[in-house]
Design a protein around this ligand. Structure first.
Ligand code: ZN
Ligand code: ZN
Length: 167
């Protein structure tokens, strides 16, 4: 049992690394056609980017299913539940706390919460496929470091004429 709890915990932690890689090199890469909708004002209740939630839920469903129905061991359930746990934490942080897709009165108070909320807001300060910053969600560099990165990305976004180039 202790082993399974450890596998679950390691999966939750590893998912932040996976989410970083996916966000930086897939969603801001070949998957930009879906993620772009998240970097534009939302015109309805949903955005195309929400499809990523379904895509990332699939391996979790398959692992839990194969773990329960047989074929794979109980480790698969621990990994699948770990992926789902990260998904729930991600949704609570990203969609509810930062983007307020559900009404709430929560105001971040701890230094950690202030830091990750601010870091994701700064990710949205650059609405561009290539010149992004702060791709992590629950782990983020200090805000002052991000501000320096933000200035340099803004510099890169300006064309020689001084006008912003379209992203
Ligand atoms: Zn993004
Ligand atoms: Zn966001």
């Amino acid at each position: 049992m202790l082993n399974l709890i450890l596998i679950w915990l390691l999966t939750v932690l590893a998912m932040e690394g996976f989410a970083y890689v996916m966000h930086r090199w897939v969603m801001h890469g070949p998957g930009w056609f879906l993620h772009k909708s998240h970097h534009r004002p939302r015109d309805g209740r949903f955005e195309l980017n929400d499809l990523y939630a379904l895509i990332f839920a699939l391996p979790s469903i398959v692992l839990i299913n194969r773990g329960i129905m047989g074929g794979l061991g109980s480790w698969a359930i621990a990994v699948g539940v770990g992926v789902a746990t990260y998904g729930m934490i991600y949704f609570g942080f990203h969609d509810v706390i930062v983007h307020r897709r559900m009404p709430h009165r929560y105001i971040p108070k701890s230094l950690y919460m202030k830091r990750i909320v601010q870091a994701h807001r700064l990710h949205h300060a650059v609405e561009s496929k290539r010149h992004g910053l702060s791709f992590g969600f629950l782990v983020a560099p200090p805000v002052d470091k991000l501000m320096v990165q933000l200035e340099s990305s803004r510099g890169k976004l300006r064309s020689p004429t001084g006008r912003e180039t379209p992203a």
